[in-house]
Design a protein around this ligand. Structure first.
Ligand code: GDP
Length: 193
């Protein structure tokens, strides 16, 4: 089946977003890192399967080794099913993403979000960055331009609306994401003809 995959650090609001997209209850909050296995759901609005992959990053009580294993599992899953994956959605927290990326950037280290973005695109998977929690962001345009810069996309972000989708999953404001995903899905279907 054609598939849309969701990846992201833990606590960015991936479960909240999944619930908005699917209309299903998805485990949220409470215990971070609760999603350990790929979870498949039907996307209510389209005939595709949405796959929620385990969140990456700090989780209390989860060892460094276990975290690396989660990351490896996500990468393997995407590589294995790349052929079926029509769109990748990288979910980030708009409030903290720039700080986190900058903190993890160094001569020998690539931040997870940047790594996943390029990893998906290198596999030929069109990727949308769902910039969540925009309700907590004051300097919206500046923040989104900074994100473009960190991802190697030339600002202004407004020219990347198929790639950068500011949303607020908690309030159900996710139209920029569904529109961007649809644009890629329809592109993929046209290529199949
Ligand atoms: P996950 O670990 O990525 O699955 O994250 P969750 O969906 O469990 O959400 C983590 C926290 O972020 C919860 O407290 C959510 O209520 C909160 N959250 C999710 N979406 C939004 C949003 O759009 N705005 C704000 N302010 N908080 C959000």
């Amino acid at each position: 089946d054609a598939e849309v995959v969701l990846v992201g650090r833990s606590n960015v609001g991936k479960s909240t977003l999944m619930r908005e997209l699917t209309g299903h209850a998805v485990a949220t909050g409470g215990k971070p890192g609760v999603t350990r296995q790929p979870n498949h759901y039907d996307w209510a609005a389209e005939d595709f399967v949405l796959t929620d992959l385990p969140g990456f990053g700090f989780m209390s009580g989860v060892s460094e080794e276990r975290r690396e294993q989660i990351k490896t599992d996500v990468v393997r899953y995407v590589e294995e099913y790349a052929e079926h994956v029509l769109v990748g959605v990288l979910v980030v927290d708009g409030k903290s993403v720039i700080d986190i990326i900058d903190r993890h950037s160094g001569p020998d280290s690539i931040p997870y979000d940047v790594e996943m973005f390029h990893f998906l695109r290198d596999l030929g998977i069109p990727t949308v960055v769902a910039v969540n929690k925009m309700d907590k962001v004051d300097d919206r345009d500046e923040r989104l331009d900074d994100l473009c810069d960190r991802l190697g996309l030339h600002p202004p972000w407004k020219q990347w609306q198929d790639t950068i989708a500011p949303i607020c999953a908690k309030r159900g404001s996710i139209d920029p994401l569904t529109e961007a995903v649809r644009a890629h899905l329809h592109e993929a279907q046209r290529d199949d003809l």
